[in-house]
Write a protein that binds this ligand. Structure first.
Ligand code: ATP
Ligand code: MG
Length: 344
């Protein structure tokens, strides 16, 4: 086993965190702390690939940090930090800009979705985003990356970049004493019943921070009444829940709500249908909102308690950034030697 197992993942400070971020990513972050050394990053340099109000951005960075802590990430045993405090991310991203091919980036669906119709007017950063994401992971030579399903394609690109770097520089990697490969091929961890939580208004689109309708998502800051209201109004079809999981395939809204319930309860969708198969949504929805409220309200309360304590939050980020930088600097030194850049 040539690489030490290590987890890296990030969340953008681009708006209110929602149930998709929680179930698709942050819950996994918390679980993985038991088995791995983990780095969890507030990826502020990714956020500015689309316009962010400089008055608002610091609040958003601190809020994502508060959410990490409130959900149970331990910043002493692991590393919690914000990306812009570790300049090596951007430095390695530049090297990767020179490794990745235009043809690879042209295939990225997130760019197409986020750039929309006015592609000429999108930032260069939005286009190059996956290269920075590869650098985020590989600057720590991380081996495992918990993400939602929407990030699968970017993870594949990270693997392609790692592989091409290892191939292109194979001779130099060996000559500098790093053996056959310098970067691991990072593995995506995309598991469980809620890897792609869908909008409550439209079972075919992803729950997202950027959706104009607040009714489309459950925010981590929503209170109990708001959660109950949003679930009551969530779009569904008129049929009762099926007994078989297979039957959910043609019913995206039902599938989504069953998946959310399963993830929160820590069971499979099939288990949920064993209990609720044949039930009407008028029975299932109240059970789902009770479960959501039970799981989210302690987190919401803890977030509220710490999110305005800038002294504490900023000290967590400063400490995490310092420890992250010590690791990243080692990788960058090696990368410079491998590439042939003269350094001090
Ligand atoms: P943005 O619209 O600004 O991209 P986002 O909601 O997609 O915001 P990110 O910060 O890009 O949030 O993603 C953070 C993590 O949450 C990633 O691992 C991503 O895969 C995961 N994630 C985002 N949306 C969902 C979703 N609807 N279901 C499951 N996981 C999700
Ligand atoms: Mg996203």
């Amino acid at each position: 086993m040539p690489f030490k197992e290590k987890v890296f993942s990030g969340v953008q400070p681009t708006g209110n965190l929602h149930l998709g971020n929680y179930l698709g990513a942050i819950v996994k972050f918390v679980q993985l702390q038991e088995r791995y050394d983990c780095l969890y990053c507030v990826v502020d340099l990714h956020a500015i690939t689309v316009w962010q109000d400089p008055q608002e951005l610091p609040r958003a960075i601190r809020e994502v940090t508060a959410a990490f802590l409130a959900c149970g990430i331990d910043p002493k045993k692991h590393i919690v930090f914000n990306q812009s405090q570790v300049a090596e991310h951007a430095e390695l991203a530049w090297v990767f800009n020179c490794v990745a091919r235009l043809g690879w980036l042209n295939r990225m669906t997130q760019f197409k979705e986020k750039a929309g119709k006015d592609r000429e007017n999108a930032s260069v950063g939005l286009y190059a985003y996956p290269n920075l994401m590869a650098a985020d992971i590989l600057v720590y030579r991380a081996t495992h990356v918990p993400v939602g399903e929407d990030q699968k394609q970017h993870l594949e690109l990270s693997r392609d970049i790692a592989q091409k770097f290892n191939n292109d520089y194979a001779g130099s990697i060996k000559a500098h004493g790093f053996g056959d490969v310098f970067f691991p091929l990072p593995e995506p961890l995309i598991q469980g019943p809620a890897t792609r939580v869908m909008s409550l208004r439209d079972g075919k689109s992803k729950m997202s921070k950027s959706d104009a309708s607040d009714q489309s998502r459950i925010n981590l800051t929503d209170d109990a009444d708001t959660i109950a209201h949003k679930i009551r109004r969530a779009r569904t079809d008129p049929e009762p829940l099926p007994h078989e999981e297979k039957a959910l395939a043609a019913r995206p809204e039902a599938d989504n709500l069953v998946g959310i319930y399963a993830a929160l309860a820590g069971v499979s969708k099939a288990d949920v249908l064993t209990q609720y198969g044949g039930a009407q949504f008028s029975t299932f929805k109240p059970a789902l909102s009770d479960l959501l409220i039970a799981k989210l309200s302690p987190i919401t309360a803890e977030m509220r308690r710490i999110k305005d304590d800038f002294g504490y939050i900023d000290s967590v980020l400063a400490d995490g950034s310092e420890r992250a930088q010590a690791l990243a600097a080692e990788t960058m030194k090696a990368v410079k030697d491998i590439v042939g850049l003269v350094r001090r």
